[in-house]
Write a protein that binds this ligand. Sequence first.
Ligand SMILES: [Zn+2]
Ligand SMILES: [Zn+2]
Ligand SMILES: [Zn+2]
Length: 328
Amino acid sequence: MNSELRQDLVSGDWIVIAPSRAKRPDQFIKLHKIKRIKTPVKGCPFEDLQKSGHHPPILKFKNSHDWEAVVVENKYPAFTHINVCASPEKRGPYSVMEGIGHHNLVITRDHYKNFPKLSKQNADLVFKAFVDYYKILANDYCLAYVSIFHNWGLKAGASIYHPHYQIIALPIVPPDVEHSLEGSNNYYKKNKKCVHCVMLEWELKEKKRIVYENKSAVVLAPFVMREPFELRIFPKKHFSYFEDTPSAVMRDIVFALQKALQKMEKRLHDPDYNFFIHTSPLRDKNKYKHYHWHIEILPKFNISAGFEQGTGIEITTVDPDEAAKFLR
Ligand SMILES: [Zn+2]
Ligand SMILES: [Zn+2]
Ligand SMILES: [Zn+2]
């Protein structure tokens, strides 16, 4: 069988599924196994918020301890807040803008409990922290988009072992989100349907790439998979805005995310990964009703080679159907 080019329904990007180069999932995992280095609690900057200068936190969430999750300022921010908005300027032929925005962290209490290991209540609290702080940021009219993501492991960009999550608020809509919104809008204009709802309907009927589902959420390996074992989590019903999702639906999504990461940790031997939220921008709330917010999980297995760098076409050596079967 020849390799197959597949075009993403939203972005229009092409990828290659290369079965002749493809590895069986178990072979692939053996080849890419990593050893996780757990930095000890002693010397961890997130153990004592007072000592690390994160006290008092901006928001604090409790269960049994005096705190389970906190929102704090990042001490080394990529974007900083001042009381003016950023505006684009010209430098030669280029557009530049001051890096005005916010860069915050959500820190969970237990040094050894990353997202799949958190209790259900504490996992829900992390998302409550995301939503509550998101709504505070939404009041800042200088901001255009809030990006929420998690880095697990060195290859995913986590410089501190202690589990933490990042919230970066930007004065622009970032390019990947812009492309996703544009693709969704174009599909809607042509077909009068949400592109993600159409994909979900097909995937739920085919069942080949579904990894997990509950009442309101589904985890699947995308048909157009860019990275081996990439997963996406969708609310089954159409919601455009992450922050306006009903709490019962959000609890199902959080549970699905934990399930997906638990399966990855067990079946793929705890790989490094990123997960992030793709949602609608903060402004022009009526404009993005066509969009369907979701979470993407990208394990860090691949090293991009010249072909990927030079063409933007990812060659995936694991079949998405096989990946889903292996993870289920
Ligand atoms: Zn720690
Ligand atoms: Zn939809
Ligand atoms: Zn996305």
